[in-house]
Design a protein around this ligand. Structure first.
Ligand SMILES: Cc1cc2nc3c(=O)[nH]c(=O)nc-3n(C[C@H](O)[C@H](O)[C@H](O)COP(=O)(O)O)c2cc1C
Length: 363
């Protein structure tokens, strides 16, 4: 199976299955002498890890990362960075009843068709367990960005819609994302979501959501026209996350309803001699190149497909069956997609930063 690596100069390759002994990744291309420790990575993994509240899967994983290579005396050496997390809570028996049946909306059937064999335990390689390694690689990418970009890059994610219930953007407060279980920047919306998601969870159902990631401090000039535009690579990065079905940058799909006047990000000279944009409908990217404004990406995440409610499916013997998944799962996977989306943004920006240095020699 190819397709397990992402990026060009900052490149990571992940391996491992949901119920194998471990998952891991190799991050290649990291410049030398960048400070990096296990604690720098662990802090981000702790945000993604399951079982933190009743709205995420009760699978108990410590998600403790080990650095196997590429770091010496607290600094990167320029050699491949090997990272490993042992799987400690694999209850394969939970999945025994889907061994020969295919969950509607999951990858079971296509994996079987394509490879003729599949590790059905917890979805094997198609499980979002793999996203832990994206978060680990993302932590390395953050270290690269913060070491090489003067002033650093701030990368933050939030959930802005659960099912049909969107936040009120006038109430946006980043500090709120740390105080509720949904990364929700609107305190009132978070309170409403709590009751709403409890109902979904108790009914054995699931619901989708929209995640937004904002990167501040991105320098002008990242992105390589024409096929490696920054927005094209961000779309690929986000679309590669499990359960993501749509990606938009800046005004995104709403831009289709705007006039040219409304959509134009007008420009003026600032007192400091720098160009000021009067709005940011472009989401910080023009012509595939970063403008220096905030880079803003949103992703639509579908509802968890493994649900208790019985759904029509077929089995490996060609019989029509009903599937109900009794294993542990998240009623809204968009919540745990937030740190993963931040990580994919970090990896994409770090890759383009190194490519920018290679071509243009820095800032
Ligand atoms: C953080 C995260 C956790 C997930 N947990 C589950 C889960 O518990 N059960 C499930 O059916 N899908 C879960 N998914 C989604 C599946 O991995 C995904 O739907 C599946 O691999 C099929 O891929 P696709 O939806 O991108 O087509 C999760 C996704 C993310 C991002």
């Amino acid at each position: 199976m190819s397709g397990n690596a992402f990026g060009h100069l900052f490149r990571f390759t992940t391996f491992g299955e949901s119920h194998g002994p471990a998952i891991g990744c190799v991050v290649d291309g990291v410049p030398s002498r960048i400070p990096l420790s296990e604690a720098d990575i662990q802090v981000w993994l702790d945000q993604r890890k399951p079982g933190q509240n009743r709205f995420t899967t009760q699978r108990r994983e410590a998600d403790e990362v080990k650095i196997l290579s590429g770091v010496f005396e607290g600094l990167t050496t320029g050699t491949p960075i090997g990272l490993l997390i042992e799987n400690t809570d694999q209850r394969s028996k939970d999945y025994g009843d889907i061994k020969d049946t295919y969950r509607p909306g999951h990858a079971d059937w296509v994996y079987q068709q394509k490879y003729g064999i599949r590790d059905y335990r917890g979805g094997g390689r198609s499980s979002a367990r793999e996203t832990a390694m994206r978060v680990a690689a993302g932590a390395v990418a953050r270290a690269v960005l913060n070491a090489l970009v003067p002033g650093g890059v701030s990368l933050r994610g939030a959930m802005v819609q659960m099912g049909p219930h969107a936040i009120d953007r006038t109430r946006w407060d980043w500090a709120e994302t740390r105080t509720n279980p949904f990364w929700c920047p609107d305190a009132a919306a978070a309170q409403h979501w709590e009751g709403y998601l409890d109902g979904i969870r108790k009914a054995g159902s699931s619901i989708g959501g929209i995640v937004e990631v904002v990167a501040e401090g991105v320098p002008v000039g990242l992105g390589a026209p024409v096929y490696d535009k920054l927005d094209a690579d961000l779309a690929k990065a986000m679309m590669s996350i499990n359960a993501v079905k749509g990606v938009e940058i800046g005004a995104g799909f709403d831009a289709a309803a705007l006039t040219g006047e409304d959509n134009a990000d007008e420009m003026r000279m600032g007192a400091d001699g720098k160009v000021n944009f009067l709005s940011n409908r472009a989401g910080g990217i023009l012509g595939g190149i970063s403008t220096g404004q905030d880079v803003v990406v949103r992703l639509a995440v579908k509802p968890t497909s493994s649900i208790l409610t019985p759904k029509k499916s077929v089995d490996a013997h060609g019989a029509e069956v009903e599937v109900s998944t009794k294993g542990r799962h998240d009623p809204c996977v968009a919540i745990r997609a937030v740190p993963v989306a931040e990580a994919m943004m970090a990896c994409t920006l770090a890759d383009h930063l190194l490519r920018f240095r290679a071509q243009s020699g820095g800032f």
